[in-house]
Structure formats: structure tokens, C-alpha cells
Ligand binder design. Structure first.
Ligand code: ADP
Ligand code: ADP
Length: 224
């Protein structure tokens, strides 16, 4: 599903953020991306999402080469990968359901289809009651779940989330993680960047740790 081979990424002429990163994530896997702040977790996720180009190396996602992405392939990638960035980018001038319908409208689905799929997505994240609410009226955890609903409404094969539990209390963070686990259980490959050790210990999964200069791969992180 994801393959990095000797990937380098620098933003300027300075020291590269990612250096010679090689790993592979198979279909249906659930993987955490860990490492200290500034290590390059967001950068790695943006490379997977095709939001940033690598400086060097080969990246393949869902059978598509991203290091030689053509403009024509970009919409296909947008549908194959559901992205939840640190800033949820929710639109506050419209309702929760309208936020979830947006990707479907962009993909050209008729309004009625988009509405029923958006409702199904809201139901999966437990937000059916809030479909008419403005995102500003939702709690942090609800906004995060709304962003997840919007990311999965196109039925992506791959879901990537950058610190989705930051600023959430333990109980709410757990609920949000459970939503990811549920999608993973129906076959969606899931990549979650976090620096929350407790969360990683509780949801035991493979962890890719980015450290300056190298990437370490732990099959399953056990509670210590
Ligand atoms: P993390 O998510 O692990 O905190 P990031 O990937 O956000 O790490 O950042 C890694 C490094 O790359 C940091 O030093 C950051 O300042 C730098 N960086 C991230 N995005 C940009 C950008 N768009 N332009 C320049 N430098 C950036
Ligand atoms: P419907 O056919 O009414 O859309 P589904 O149960 O097939 O109902 O899907 C409901 C919603 O759940 C979808 O709109 C989508 O958001 C999400 N979903 C379902 N299956 C997947 C999947 N395999 N990957 C990601 N999201 C999915």
C-alpha cells in the first residue's frame, strides 16, 4: 500500500528533514508514526498524501508512483487517500453534513447521493445527531470525528492522520482512536502520527519511529 525507498526530503538547501527513509506498509495495516516534535512526522505524512514532493527517492502509494505524479493522477490520489491534518480545515460557514459532503460534491456526485453517503459517514463516527450543527458548536473530539467523516466519505483505501488526538483529554482521545480502529478493521490501511506514548501503548500496533538521521521500525509496541 505504501512503499518508500531511499527517500530524502529537504525544504531548503539546509539539512534534510528526512534522510534515506525506507519502509513498506502493507494493505490493511495500522501503523503509528512516532518521534519527537520536529522529527519529520508531518513531513512523512504529507509525502504519503502527495501534498509534498520528495527531494530524492521513490514513493509508491496504492500502486501509484508519487515521485513522478502527473497532474492527471492527482484527483485519483485525492480519492484513494483520506487525509486528516493537524489543522482540521473544517469550514465554519456551513453545517457538519455540508463539510462531509464537500469531497463528494467535488468528485461530481449528485446531491442526493452525497447527502446519503455523508449521513452514513456521520453515523460511523457517531455524529448523526449533529449533522445540522456548525462545526464551531462541536467539542474538540467531535470536530476531530467530523474531520474523520469527511476523510472517509470517499471510501479511501488509505487513511492518514496527523496528531489526531492532540489537545484531547484521555477519554476523548480513546474514542477518536477507536473510530480509526473501526475503519482499520474493515480493511482501511491506517497511518497515525502521534507522540502520545500512552496511546501507542494502549493501542498496540507497529510503530515507525523517526529519529534524526534514521527510521526505526517496531513490529508491535508493547506497554512498558
Ligand atoms: P513533526 O511533525 O515531527 O513535528 P515536521 O515534519 O512538521 O515534524 O517538521 C520537521 C522539520 O521540517 C522541522 O524542522 C520543521 O521546521 C521543518 N518544516 C516543516 N514544514 C516545513 C516547510 N513547509 N518549510 C520549511 N520547513 C519546514
Ligand atoms: P452507503 O452504501 O450508504 O454509502 P456504506 O456502509 O457502504 O453505506 O458506507 C457508509 C460510509 O462509510 C461511506 O460513505 C464511507 O464514508 C464509509 N465507508 C464505508 N466503507 C468504507 C471503506 N472501505 N473505507 C472507508 N470508508 C468507508
Amino acid at each position: 500500500m505504501i512503499e518508500f525507498a531511499h527517500v530524502f526530503k529537504s525544504y531548503s538547501s539546509e539539512h534534510p528533514v528526512l534522510q534515506d527513509v525506507t519502509f513498506r506498509v502493507g494493505p490493511g495495516e495500522f501503523v503509528f508514526v512516532a518521534g519527537p516534535s520536529g522529527a519529520g512526522k508531518s513531513t512523512l505524512l504529507k509525502l504519503v498524501a502527495g501534498l509534498e514532493p520528495p527531494s530524492k527517492g521513490r514513493i509508491e502509494v496504492n500502486g501509484q508512483r508519487l515521485d513522478q505524479l502527473t497532474p492527471r493522477a492527482t484527483p485519483y490520489l485525492r480519492r484513494a487517500v483520506g487525509v486528516i491534518l493537524q489543522d482540521t480545515h473544517l469550514l465554519y460557514d456551513r453545517s457538519a453534513i455540508d463539510n462531509v459532503m464537500l469531497p463528494l460534491a467535488v468528485a461530481g456526485h449528485p446531491h442526493a447521493t452525497a447527502a446519503s453517503r455523508a449521513r452514513a459517514a456521520l453515523q460511523k463516527v457517531g455524529l448523526s445527531e449533529k449533522e445540522r450543527a456548525n462545526p464551531l458548536a462541536l467539542s474538540g473530539g467531535e470536530q476531530q470525528r467530523l474531520a474523520i467523516a469527511r476523510a472517509i466519505v470517499n471510501r479511501p483505501a488509505l487513511l492518514i492522520a496527523d496528531e489526531p488526538t492532540a489537545n484531547l483529554d484521555r477519554e476523548t482521545a480513546r474514542k477518536v482512536m477507536t473510530v480509526f480502529k473501526d475503519f482499520n478493521q474493515v480493511g482501511v490501511t491506517t497511518l497515525v502520527a502521534t507522540h502520545d506514548e500512552d496511546l501507542m501503548a494502549e493501542f498496540a500496533h507497529r510503530v515507525l519511529v523517526i529519529e534524526p538521521g534514521r527510521l526505526r521500525d517496531f513490529p508491535v509496541r508493547r506497554a512498558s
